[in-house]
Design a protein around this ligand. Structure first.
Ligand code: FAD
Length: 420
């Protein structure tokens, strides 16, 4: 049995962020990072560019081998956690190796969820979460003329844009009445949808795939509306769920994800969890929820690493405030916090500035004198500053009118005075 002081499962944003926190205070303690992927670390956010051929898999690494050597890290790739025995502080890897740890971080992210569509299991389809998925999809583009993308969320929209840029005719099927639900309100989503249509994407919004079947080399899907669409490629982007199968039957408490407190600690003393795999405090509701965005994975990883090393400078996790920057066909959309006031109790103040012809959209939501959310298309507000204003529940009462007129300068000025 191998021994290590720190064991980190996963090699993406949360894992690497925790590694940094640990190595800041302890450069010598043995640290082993095990990951399922048989590659150097990369960010899932680059995958659509690998699909289109714009980026090469070997050029998008977050860290290289020299980083692990320099930081005295034992990096084991291509063999993830198969099982965890929390009573004996051991894990079994997929390659059969057993490791005993003193402290364990679970940062194994999320995996695609597949909807219960009749016939889908017997139909060939792609998903997009790992580099292998992206490489396979890129290879499948050769000779493909048409694609159907199930799901108009962030991943489906990114993938669809890159497919169309690669010369493939794309149809997006989204069951909600708008694309990007949760990120943008229906009005902003409409502007984004329109841009996709202008660029040749066929949008089937508010329609649901109810059946799928193999159609020669390609696939055929049938929709709730009665229509059928045949395509060379079928891409399923209907959401993700925390990757926690190795916890089955064990004592680590889970709900949708691994339940953690504000130090990213699980119910087991020497086990922490961070990133997409964790179910952590929700900033707005005060409940615990699974997240799924990169900045939260980095922040949770940072806090988990600090907790694992007993760093006295640790700050407790305040809850996740969504922050998304989304580029589409040369436009930039940003949303910070909540973007749809219909999801909020009554009494919030909404300032809206829209010019659809100019592709300009800006919405600011303020409640009880504090910024709750800001979203925009081709606006130039600084998302980092807005994120801090929401997170710190900064009182805007004294500068509210100025902020609504000019959120960028007013926000920066405010933060420069309260930044610590
Ligand atoms: C196409 C795409 C586009 C995205 N775009 C955005 C965006 O614009 N903005 C944004 O905020 N977020 C975006 N995301 C989401 C973002 O990538 C994730 O929130 C972020 O990567 C989560 O980081 P993580 O470290 O928690 O997990 P992941 O990045 O999912 O990494 C999980 C790691 O765990 C490893 N692993 C899995 N199972 C095991 C196991 N059993 N044992 C050991 N290791 C294991 C994996 O190999 C991987 O290294 C996007 C995601 C995708 C797929």
């Amino acid at each position: 049995m191998e021994q290590t002081k720190y064991l980190i499962a996963g090699s993406s944003h949360a894992a690497l962020s925790a590694l940094n926190s640990i190595r800041l205070l302890d450069q010598e303690g043995s640290l082993t990072l095990v990951t399922k992927d048989d590659r150097l670390p990369y960010s899932p956010t680059v995958l659509p560019y690998v699909v289109s051929g714009q980026s090469k898999p070997e050029k998008v690494q977050l860290r290289d081998e020299a980083f692990f050597t320099k930081n005295n890290v034992n990096f084991i790739s291509g063999s993830g956690l198969e099982a965890l025995d929390a009573d004996h502080n051991t894990v079994t890897l997929q390659n059969g190796q057993e490791w005993q740890y003193e402290k364990l971080l679970l940062a194994t992210g999320a995996s695609p969820t597949i909807p219960p569509v009749t016939g889908l299991a017997d139909t060939s389809y792609h998903v997009l979460r790992t580099m292998d998925d992206a490489v396979n999809l890129n290879a499948a583009l050769a000779g493909a003329e048409t694609a159907v993308v199930l799901g108009g969320g962030l991943i489906g929209m990114h993938a669809a844009e890159n497919l169309i840029k690669a010369g493939v005719q794309v149809t997006i099927v989204e069951m909600c009445p708008q694309v990007l639900p949760g990120y943008f309100d229906p009005q902003a989503a409409k502007i984004i949808e329109q841009t996709f249509v202008e660029n040749g994407v066929i949008m089937r919004i508010g329609d649901t795939v109810v059946g799928a079947a193999q159609d020669g080399e390609g696939s055929k899907v049938s929709l709730d509306s009665g229509d059928e669409i045949s395509a060379d490629l079928l891409l399923v982007c209907t959401g993700v769920a925390p990757a926690i199968s190795y916890l089955e039957g064990g004592p680590v408490e889970t709900d949708q994800g691994i339940l953690v407190d504000d130090r990213m600690a699980t119910n087991i003393d020497n086990i922490w969890a961070a990133g997409d795999v964790a179910q952590a405090l929700n900033f707005y509701s005060g409940e615990k929820s699974v997240g799924g965005i990169l900045p939260a994975a980095v922040e949770q990883g940072r806090i988990a690493g600090m907790a694992m090393i007993d760093d006295p400078a640790i700050n407790l996790y305040p809850g996740g405030v969504p922050l998304n920057t989304y580029e589409f066909f040369g436009n930039q959309a940003i949303s910070v916090g909540i973007s749809d006031e219909n999801a909020l109790p009554e009494g919030v103040e909404v300032s809206l500035n829209v010019n659809e012809e100019e592709m300009f959209y800006q919405k600011i939501i303020i409640g009880e004198g504090r910024l709750i959310g800001i979203s925009g298309i081709n606006t130039n507000f600084d998302p980092g500053i807005m994120w801090q204003l929401v997170l710190r529940r900064t009182d805007l009462a004294a500068v509210k009118d100025e902020f609504l007129r000019n959120p960028v300068d007013t926000g920066r000025d405010l933060m420069s005075r309260i930044w610590r």
